[in-house]
Design a protein around this ligand. Structure first.
Ligand SMILES: O=C(CO)[C@H](O)[C@H](O)COP(=O)(O)O
Length: 268
């Protein structure tokens, strides 16, 4: 699997190239395809395998799996054993978001369980005060490398209060496949979308045109246009999809908003 930086190098858009002005990006330049990743946090856990199949059949590209340890966030969900059970029923891309205090402890278990993306929180691995926009923190870099070495793609998640620039060193070093921008404080589905937080996507998209930028929290038909305009291409939606009368229509609405924004190319 090529890393983001390898892909950028291959298509002539090195990650270190000067960022284009936000309003001057050529239409669709290298932005990865729209991917809709419904969060199974809002599914009926009693029939999880059936819920996963239903939502993939209705057009979901990935399945977003929220893992919470009751410590990093004040809620408990599921762990690697449940992912392993789901893997027996689904070939879908498992987009796992680890809201846990010690993500390094779970890399091998999630790899064995069949996770495809392992996204850990920057704030769980180092004190935000010790992070910098210009140099990589060894604990974060080592964890991203360990995720890749275990055969998964590596993602880093940012709480709403964490600046986007703190993740730049790891993208520039070619260590990340995805950055997850939280637009709610992590822990629960069904919260109100924080519009301020989505503005973090714009500098990421301007500097890293080929990066997967995922937005999660309060995303649905009424908020997707702001998310898409900011440059996100991977869309997580829990209650808006699983709570809908016609989830397939919601998935299609989310996708077409991202595709429209990518065709225009600008980020706001
Ligand atoms: O990470 C999460 C919460 O920590 C969830 O993925 C997210 O909040 C999705 O739920 P909704 O779309 O209902 O806001």
């Amino acid at each position: 699997m090529a890393s983001v930086t390898e892909s950028l190098a291959a298509n002539g858009n090195g990650a270190c190239a000067a960022a284009a002005p936000l309003d001057a990006l050529p239409a669709g330049r290298d932005r990865p395809a729209a991917l809709i990743s419904p969060s199974i946090l809002s599914a009926d856990f009693a029939t999880l395998a059936d819920e996963c199949k239903r939502i993939v059949d209705l057009g979901a590209d990935w399945l977003h799996i929220d893992v919470m340890d009751g410590h990093f966030v004040p809620n408990l969900t599921l762990g690697a054993p449940v992912v392993a059970c789901l893997r027996k029923h689904s070939k879908a891309f498992f987009d796992c978001h680890l809201m846990v205090s010690d993500p390094a402890a779970w890399v091998q278990d999630f790899a064995k369980a069949g996770a495809d993306m392992f996204t850990f929180h920057l704030e769980a691995v180092a004190d935000v005060a010790d992070l910098s926009a210009s140099s990589a923190h060894p604990a974060v870099a080592d964890l991203a490398k360990a995720v890749r070495a275990a055969g998964m793609q590596a993602g880093v998640a940012l709480k709403p209060s964490t600046p986007a620039e703190l993740v730049f060193p790891y993208i520039e070093a070619g260590l990340l496949d995805l950055v997850l921008v939280l637009t709610v404080n992590p822990g629960f589905g069904g919260q109100k979308f924080m519009e301020d937080a989505v503005s973090k996507c714009a500098p990421l998209r301007a500097k890293f045109p080929g990066l997967h930028i995922e937005v999660d929290g309060g995303v649905g038909p009424s908020t997707i246009d702001a998310v898409a305009a900011a440059g996100a291409n991977v869309i997580v939606a829990g209650s808006a999809v699983f709570g809908a009368e016609r989830p397939g229509e919601v998935i299609a609405t989310l996708r077409s908003s991202v595709e429209r924004a990518a065709a225009v190319g600008a980020v706001q």
